[in-house]
Design a protein around this ligand. Structure first.
Ligand code: MSP
Length: 593
């Protein structure tokens, strides 16, 4: 949009030129560069990951869920600087039949298995720089209290009744299934065994007296909520899918199991013969974290954004909002849904032996490198495939060569011997192409670059709002390419600092490129926090100058002073991101996936 107005300036009369120019500078040099409304600046935000089952060690799919939430949360913090305004929780889901069975199979007490695997998740998230503010384990006393209180509210509101429940149960997915969702597959002994149509996991027939939640009463309220808030579930295809499900029958939901069958869980208050259904237990974690049932939780609910994988959409978009409505609360603000990672075209599974260990990946590709890969390649709308060569190719081309090369080209001693942020010369690069005079050196493509980078923060923010982080990274990457093109076009290495003709333009070329890099560094903070820190430190950008509110790109072009002009660059001159392909021979041999 800006590009168009910049070029249109060429053919305009003086008066309209001025008004367009004002429009140009106002839009891109305002006190609110992102165009976020004032009321959202103070808004609190609460981001959550799903809580992870502790039946097995974490894999890259789990890390992806956590990274998406981390990037959203970090981006929000850049928008709203007050740290107190943001909360970010993750944790482990430790009850239920699945964990009870996994512990028995491992010959461990359930609590031992939980301690062991929960610690693995905590360690992974620390290593991967997940900036969560809370880690919850469902075996904690505070959680038991919250779940039992929540149960009591549903009971008091007449939403629970006792009845005979008969149907298929899938322990791996911890869910009940109607006959239509069950198929038969040959088992290990060749006999046909019933399995879930969706996940392929075995199911078994259950018939018992349980507590049942009046889910059927909530079909219309759920439809009203979703129709009234089309972005409640993002991306849109998932919103649409939930509305489709709500067109079908919505039977009541069994929310407890016989304790003799399931002992590893939270007992139903006042009835020890029943254990609360693990999904009800797990979903309430989002309230436990913010202090429920104490009144403090109300300052965080419902400013909640849940980040979840597509396999758990029904639990978050139907059961959870219905339970909340039943307990007299609002549904969550947003549910962001992502798809899955496959490995070399196959679903990741223990039995196939193709589960990718995320800690090995962090070691191999660096923390920021692997974060960048998963978020740059992960597309929420559909499944993505992982294999090692793809990681190396992407990181070498985008981080090592394009971004690292650009930084090096503009800061290397031989090109920038003063080691400072050079001055911008307004006659070399006037604020509109039509004003380029005899000493002007800027070309049409250079104005296109300025337009692209000026609009980048807003574009990136929009992609974050739509949960399309990969598109935000694609946009940054495309601007990095454009900036490299700019540097290549003007070949500052051919210009001479000693020449009075070359020097102002040489300074301007470097100034523009460094300003672009400052924007890229700022925008990359949510995805590659250490790399962005290194980049911004090298540019001499202080910790208080890294928020989106302070991100005024190329102020000299818009007639404003630039606080960086003449400033010394930071002392750290090391490589921004190491090339990985030097180890390619080793990689192909030892790391087929
Ligand atoms: N414990 C439940 C969630 C309860 S939330 C109240 C659960 N746990 S899980 O460990 O099985 O999954 C946690 C998250 O990891 C889910 O969002 C799931 O979609 C995600 N992933 C599991 N496998 C995945 C891939 N292969 N790829 C991407 N994400 C995947 O469900």
């Amino acid at each position: 949009m800006l590009r168009i107005s910049a070029f249109r300036l060429l053919g305009r009369t003086g008066a309209s030129r001025l008004s367009l120019l004002e429009d140009f500078s106002l839009r891109h040099y305002s006190s609110d560069p992102l165009g976020v409304r004032d009321d959202t600046r103070d808004a609190r935000a609460y981001f959550t990951t799903p809580i992870f089952y502790v039946n097995a060690a974490p894999h890259i799919g789990h890390l992806y869920s956590a990274l998406l939430a981390d990037a959203l949360c970090r981006h929000h913090r850049l928008r709203v600087p007050s740290a107190a305004a943001t909360r970010f929780s993750t944790g482990t889901d430790e009850h239920g039949l699945k964990i009870q069975q996994a512990a028995a199979a491992a010959g461990l007490a359930p609590s031992e298995l939980c301690d062991r695997v929960s610690a693995q998740f905590q360690q992974l998230f620390r290593e991967a720089d997940i900036s969560s503010t809370d880690f919850i384990r469902t075996t904690e006393a505070r959680h038991r209290m919250a779940v039992q209180h929540f149960w009591g509210v549903l009971k008091a509101r007449g939403l629970l009744y006792k009845g005979l429940y008969e149907g298929w149960y899938c322990a791996s997915d911890e869910c009940f299934l109607p006959e239509a969702k069950v198929t038969r597959q040959p088992g290990p002994s060749g006999d046909l065994c019933p399995v879930s149509l969706e996940s392929g996991h075995p199911v078994s027939w259950t018939k018992e007296e349980n507590y049942i939640f009046r889910l059927s009463q909530f079909r219309e309220p759920l439809q009203r909520w979703l129709r009234g808030d089309p972005q409640a579930i993002t991306p849109e295809p998932f919103h649409h899918a939930v509305l489709q499900w709500l067109e079908e029958e919505l039977p009541d939901l069994s929310v407890s199991r016989r304790s003799s069958h399931l002992h590893w869980g939270i007992p139903v208050p006042g009835d020890d013969s029943q254990t609360i259904y693990v999904w009800l237990d797990a979903l309430v974690n989002y309230l436990t974290v913010i202090g429920y049932p104490n009144a403090e939780f109300k300052s965080w609910w419902p400013t909640t954004s849940h980040i979840i994988g597509k396999d758990i959409l029904k639990f978050h978009a139907i059961y959870w909002p219905a339970l909340l409505l039943g307990a007299g609360m609002s549904p969550p603000h947003r549910i962001y849904v992502h798809s899955h990672w496959t490995v070399c075209g196959q679903k990741m599974s223990k039995s196939l032996g193709n589960v990718v260990d995320p800690r090995t990946c962090l070691d191999r590709y660096t923390v920021d490198g692997f974060r960048y890969f998963l978020l740059r390649q992960g597309v929420p709308n559909w499944d993505c495939d992982y294999y090692g060569e793809k990681v190396v190719k992407l990181l070498d081309s985008e981080l090592a060569f394009a971004l690292g090369g650009l930084l090096n080209r503009c800061t290397a001693n031989r090109i920038n011997p003063s080691g400072t942020y050079p001055a911008f010369c307004t006659t070399c690069f006037p604020s509109e192409p039509g004003l380029v005079g005899p000493s002007g050196r800027a070309q049409a493509e250079d104005y296109a670059l300025v337009s692209a980078v000026a609009t980048l923060p807003k574009q990136v923010a929009d992609h974050y709002d739509n949960f399309q982080i990969y598109k935000a990274l694609e946009a940054v990457s495309s601007c990095v390419r454009q900036t490299n093109g700019f540097v290549q076009r003007h070949a500052p290495w051919k210009l001479n600092w000693e020449s009075p003709v070359d020097a102002p333009w040489l300074g301007t070329v470097l100034h523009v490129a460094l300003e672009c890099l400052r924007v890229f560094g700022t925008l990359l903070q949510p995805v590659t926090p250490s790399l962005a820190d290194k980049l911004l430190s090298r540019l001499g950008v202080s910790a208080t100058e890294r928020g989106l509110g302070e991100l005024h790109f190329l102020p000299r072009f818009y007639g404003h002073p630039c606080p960086f002009e003449g400033r010394r660059l930071g002392p750290e001159t090391g490589v921004l991101f190491p090339r990985l392909d030097q180890s390619r021979a080793w990689l192909v041999k030892t790391h087929k996936t």
